[in-house]
Structure formats: C-alpha cells, structure tokens
Design a binder for this molecule. Sequence first.
Ligand SMILES: C[S@@+](CC[C@H](N)C(=O)[O-])C[C@H]1O[C@@H](n2cnc3c(N)ncnc32)[C@H](O)[C@@H]1O
Length: 294
Amino acid sequence: MSRYKTPLRYPGGKQKLAPFVLELMKKNSLDGGHYAEPYAGGAGIAIELLLSGDAAHIHLNDSCSGIYAFWRSVLSNPEELCRRISRASMTIQEWRRQKEIFSRQAEFEQIDVGFSVFYLNRCNRSGILSAGVIGGLQQEGEWKMDARFPRNELIGRIEAIASKKSAVTLRNWDAEKFILKHVPKLPPNSLVYCDPPYFHKADRLYLNHYDPEDHARIAKVIQSEIRHHWVVSYDGAPEILKHYSHRQSFLYDLQYNAAKAYKGTEVFFFSDRLKLPEESTVPYIDRALKNAAA
Ligand SMILES: C[S@@+](CC[C@H](N)C(=O)[O-])C[C@H]1O[C@@H](n2cnc3c(N)ncnc32)[C@H](O)[C@@H]1O
C-alpha cells in the first residue's frame, strides 16, 4: 500500500491511477512541475504527487463548499483539525450532530464544517456524505462506524500535507472558472487532470453533479481553452466518448481482474501533444494501452 495517501475516502477515487499519471509526467518531462485538479474531491493523485515530491506544487479546486472547508482546514488549521480527530466520539449521537452541522453549514465556522465533512466521509458507507453510517443506526453490522477511522494514521496524513502547505493552492470555484482564470497562470511544465462527475450515477455519488449539457460544455472548454497538457477521466458512456472523439483515448477497467476478459468501463482522454507511455506498470492500464494500439 502506498505511503502517500489522501485522508478522504472518495467514491470512485482515482488514487489507484497515481502511478500511471506519474509515468505520463515522466514521459513528458513534467515531473517536478505543477499539477492541477479542477475537480479535486479527495485529490488522491495530487496528494501522492505532492508527498512523493513528484509535483513541486499542486493546485486543487472543488466547487463543493464542504470539501473546500475540509481542505482549507488541513492547510490553515491542521492542529485544531487533528485535535478534533484524536478526540472524536464514535457514537450515533455524535454522527447525528455532525450531519446537522453539515446540513446547516452557513451557521458554523469553517473548521466545524471541515471536520463534519471528514467525520461523515470516514464514518459513512463508501465515504458518501449523504449515505448512511457504516454498521447502521443500531450499529449491528459486522463493521462498526469506526472501521475506517484509524485516528493516528489519518492525523499523520493531515500533518504531512500541512507541512507542505506552501506547495498547495486551493480554490472553491466552479471548474469552468478555474480552467479559464487559474489554469492559464500555471507554468508551462504543468499537467491538468480533470475528473468530472461521472455521466452515470453521478447524482447519487456526489453532492454536485452535471447534466448532459454541462458535460458537453465542459468538454468544449477543456479542449479549446486549456493550453497546457491535460488528461480527462470519465465513465465510458457513449455520450461522453462522442464529445472527445478527436482526442487520444483508451478504455480501461479499474476493477480489472486477470481472470475475466478485458472490458473497459472507464476512459482516459489526452491532449494532443501529450506522449503516452507504450506500456505501463499499472496492469489495467498496460492492458488498455495494448488494446488501444491493436
Ligand atoms: C469524480 S470526483 C473527483 C474525485 C477525485 N479525483 C478523487 O480521486 O478523489 C468529482 C468532484 O468534483 C466536484 N465537482 C462537481 N461539480 C463541480 C464543478 N462544476 N466545479 C468544480 N468541482 C465540481 C465534486 O464536488 C467532486 O468532489
């Protein structure tokens, strides 16, 4: 398991793809440069690149105010956040209290909201903020609500990120604004990784989701406005494939299983000048690269 982890669990989190993104950066001499995620969420790849030193600076953006409050607390108030994590009470009463804070964010301080996001993300099923608590309200399941709450480990992750806060830029903008106003200021040796809400099931997984017209609009913005190298990942829905039909791409399967026939369920699109590695150390990507070449 990797030592460089984000403290957030994220539905569909892309941390498993970090080795491939690093291969891509190396192939294009982008390692040691800047790295940006307009849809950061748990920022699995960005955090790995930051903590391993493979990115000199990461730029995170997410339009969800709760996710932003969490990351802002990590960067600006890590001692208090970690103090709350070390003392967090693992009871249904406390879980209800954190849900209440999350649903009435405007009445609370940023650190309260940031902590509530973290608490719900770690105690809810699959890390989904609107889902039920692990083990159920009666806590009768095999797994209890603290099953994903290894305090010391999580505090360690937060402290590691906070120690590099001067190498992190954080925004709470809509992705389109971030792409139009922030990305143009990045140095030339930067990579922009866009992981928008999935076309299917997105409304169930995230608090923010896109309608089909939003997917179409952002596809245009990414392809016509980003002058830096970029990568986009999606579920392999035909509606999405058609928006990027002129770009380099391949389908892969994050749930790849050597015993089953290869079936791509996710897709990567790449900017035209980006050189793709011929093969990868990541098995599902390696297979997909070979498939794309065939
Ligand atoms: C697929 S998730 C990103 C997951 C992330 N790559 C990871 O590994 O954890 C999409 C994220 O985009 C955010 N989001 C949704 N719509 C957005 C928008 N219009 N602008 C910026 N962020 C948005 C959601 O809040 C969510 O955190």
